[in-house]
Design a protein around this ligand. Structure first.
Ligand code: PEP
Length: 256
């Protein structure tokens, strides 16, 4: 059985002191958190401090991005080794905001995923269609292209360490959520594509997270779908109470 992941993407929110408060709220109320895999992705500046306060807790830390070179004249960039040393075990790659606002392409997603894997970090590779692409009937062409490009050349062994986040762009930060049926259909198709690329054994192991306005009121329904193995949560992860409620939904879904 695939263990459910509940991952919070804080985006460009929370200074170090705000991050400390949020983590305090989480660990105080998060009781059975170890029953699912909980990940938080603070901005770079707060990574180490969040890692230090989490201490022995089961919650893991992710970065929101990395650059694929090891070191050198790349002003403003951060390497895999740097985020590892700051306490990260995970890294989010190819978020739609990076694709839309910062020129990320399937090719750069691929370079980042390879660099993450080479350094022992676990990548969460984000894919998803825009509203225009969905309404134009191109959802699966887009998802397949993103999977072919972003995962190009990975070995089956490495692919088993990758997590995919399906995040329909029209649902991110908009309050619009994919219905559980839409999410399940997309996840099933993504798994079928992974099977054609890496074999059924790998496709069965890879966890596919849903992202896009997941909140306490819709989390259990989404997480109960057979191919939805967790959530990547933006807005609701900035509120300790809401994030804990989503973790609880994950724990419930884990029992199904
Ligand atoms: C995200 O950005 O990964 C995300 C899912 O955001 P939100 O939950 O705010 O839609």
């Amino acid at each position: 059985m695939r263990k459910i992941i509940i991952a919070g993407n804080w985006k460009m929110n929370n200074t170090i002191s705000q991050a400390q408060d949020l983590i305090a709220g989480l660990t105080k109320n998060g009781g059975d958190m170890h029953k699912v895999e909980v990940i938080v992705a603070p901005p770079f500046t707060a990574l180490r401090s969040v890692y230090d306060i989490l201490g022995q807790s089961s919650v893991h830390v992710a970065a929101q991005n990395l650059f694929w070179e090891e070191s050198g004249a790349y002003t403003g960039e951060v390497s895999a080794m740097m985020i590892k040393e700051a306490g990260c075990k995970w890294v989010i790659i190819g978020h739609s905001e990076r694709r839309q606002l910062f020129g990320e392409t399937d090719e750069t997603v691929n370079k980042r995923a390879r660099a993450a894997l080479a350094s022992g970090l676990k990548p969460i590779v984000c894919i998803g269609e825009t509203l225009e692409e969905r309404e134009g009937g191109r959802t699966y062409d887009v998802l397949h292209r993103q999977l072919d490009g972003g995962l190009n050349g990975l070995s089956a062994e490495n692919m088993a360490k990758v997590t995919i986040a399906y995040e329909p762009v029209w649902a991110i930060g908009t309050g619009k959520t994919a219905t559980s049926a839409q999410a399940q259909e997309a996840h099933e198709k993504i798994r079928a594509k992974l099977s054609s690329m890496f074999g059924q054994g790998v496709a069965d192991k890879v966890r596919i997270l849903y992202g896009g306005s997941m909140k306490p009121s819709n989390a259990l329904e989404l997480l109960s779908q057979p191919d939805v193995d967790g959530g990547l949560i933006g807005g609701a992860s900035l509120n300790a109470h809401d994030f804990v409620e989503i973790i609880k939904a994950g724990i419930e879904a884990e029992k199904l």
